[in-house]
Design a protein around this ligand. Structure first.
Ligand SMILES: Nc1ncnc2c1ncn2[C@@H]1O[C@H](COP(=O)(O)OP(=O)(O)O)[C@@H](O)[C@H]1O
Ligand code: SF4
Ligand SMILES: [Mg+2]
Length: 367
């Protein structure tokens, strides 16, 4: 694949949030390593699905990619332009080309603005449309594209159902004519019956507008059908990445196998034979991640050598990239899973004075 086919390229991206203590929270006593060394590429016009348990760093990665959260280290290239060192003015111009859709449209849409004003705001911010009529035309086309009626323009977010509100959130992104959309849990807050409609809409818009997506979800089933590539995150890093079909039919990393084993299969015969792996314990704290392979405290295949003291690199195995020392042996059935007892992990220094982590910034204010 040539460089021109890659719209987004992320290299060794890190986002570490300082944990502060002291009367004025003036001492930094550690860091939450929310994203800790991620490499990924998103081809133009394709969908990259990012999955993993809640708290593993998906949203932080999405926000850092768009420079909404400043990365601690690493590179993010968008259409060949390095974003992490881009001056603020140039970054603002770039922003039109990279938009975000949020999980809960109610909290990301201003309740005091009607739909017309929500959509006009972005156009004005980015100087799109020659005049008022031109902006009306663009807005009209966008409403059609997302399946909202014209009368929606004079209504307010609370007057719509959850699914329609998400259409407004999508319209707000699409109206600016972006190339990339980061959709952070776009259907997680919706009824299952509505989820498919919104996923289909995203699919149609990708087709008609040539969009590139990063779709974030904690639910593997949601990303399966729309993703060309799926990346699985665990504690701030990718543990496996593969073409979508490959990941679902032949998961190689123990964590992916565990996630996959929790997804029911419609075919009853396959369902009966399905491997079920229950993970022991909770996600360890990203402020004090386990040594070596970060999954070793919960991994049913963990071995006495290497797993606890050597961090596995993401390496190419066939069409997949996998971060496990023993992936080949596990795939060949040479290593068998064993029981794992849950360990209590604590953030470093816990039990002394309480620490605070700097407050998350509001996602809603982004146009
Ligand atoms: N602004 C922030 N300040 C401090 N810690 C944060 C901030 N945002 C997220 N975190 C922490 O980073 C980790 C990853 O969070 P997040 O990216 O939201 O995960 P996910 O989206 O996968 O649920 C969590 O431990 C979370 O508490
Ligand atoms: S490196 Fe070891 S602990 Fe990590 S996933 Fe592979 S087998 Fe499990
Ligand atoms: Mg999230």
């Amino acid at each position: 694949m040539s460089d021109n086919d890659i719209l987004v390229e992320v290299r060794d991206l890190k986002v570490h949030f300082p944990i502060r203590r002291g009367v004025f929270f003036d001492r930094t006593v550690g860091h939450v390593k929310a994203v800790d060394g991620v490499d990924l590429s998103i081809p133009r016009g394709k969908t990259y699905g990012l999955v993993g348990e809640s708290g593993c760093g998906k949203s932080t990665l999405g926000r850092a990619l768009l420079q909404l959260t400043p990365p601690t280290a690493g590179e993010v290239k968008f259409d060949g332009v390095e974003l992490t060192t881009l001056p603020a003015g140039k970054l603002r111009t770039m922003r039109r080309r990279m938009q975000m859709i949020f999980q809960d449209p109610m909290s990301s849409l201003d309740p005091r603005q009607n739909v017309e004003s929500i959509l006009t705001e972005g156009l004005q911010t980015h100087g799109i449309g020659a005049n008022r009529d031109d902006r009306r035309r663009i807005i009209g086309e966008t409403l059609d594209a997302v399946g909202l009626p014209k009368w929606a323009l004079s209504r307010y977010p609370h007057e719509f159902s959850g699914g329609q509100r998400q259409r407004i959130g999508i319209a707000r992104a699409v109206v600016l004519g972006p190339e990339l959309i980061v959709a952070d849990e776009p259907v997680s807050a919706l009824d299952v019956s509505i989820q498919a409609q919104v996923v289909n809409l995203l699919d149609e818009l990708q087709e008609s507008l040539g969009l590139t997506y990063l779709v974030i979800a904690h639910d593997l089933a949601v990303v399966r059908h729309i993703s060309d590539i799926v990346g699985v995150m665990y504690l701030g890093a990718l543990v496996e990445e593969a073409p979508s079909d490959r990941l679902y039919t032949e998961p190689l990393h123990p964590y992916t196998r565990a996630l996959m084993s929790a997804v029911p299969v419609p075919d009853p015969d396959v369902e009966d034979r399905r491997e079920r792996i229950l993970l022991a314990g909770d996600l360890p704290s990203p402020a004090n991640p386990p040594s070596g392979c970060r999954f070793h405290t919960r991994c049913p295949w963990a071995q006495p050598t290497r797993c606890a003291d050597e961090r596995p690199e993401l390496r190419q195995i066939g069409a997949s990239r996998v971060a496990c020392h023993w992936a080949e042996q596990i795939a060949a059935g040479e290593l068998r899973p064993h029981e794992v007892t849950a360990k209590i992990t604590r953030p470093e220094g816990e039990g002394e004075e309480p620490g605070v982590v700097s407050a998350p910034s509001e996602p809603g204010s982004y146009v």
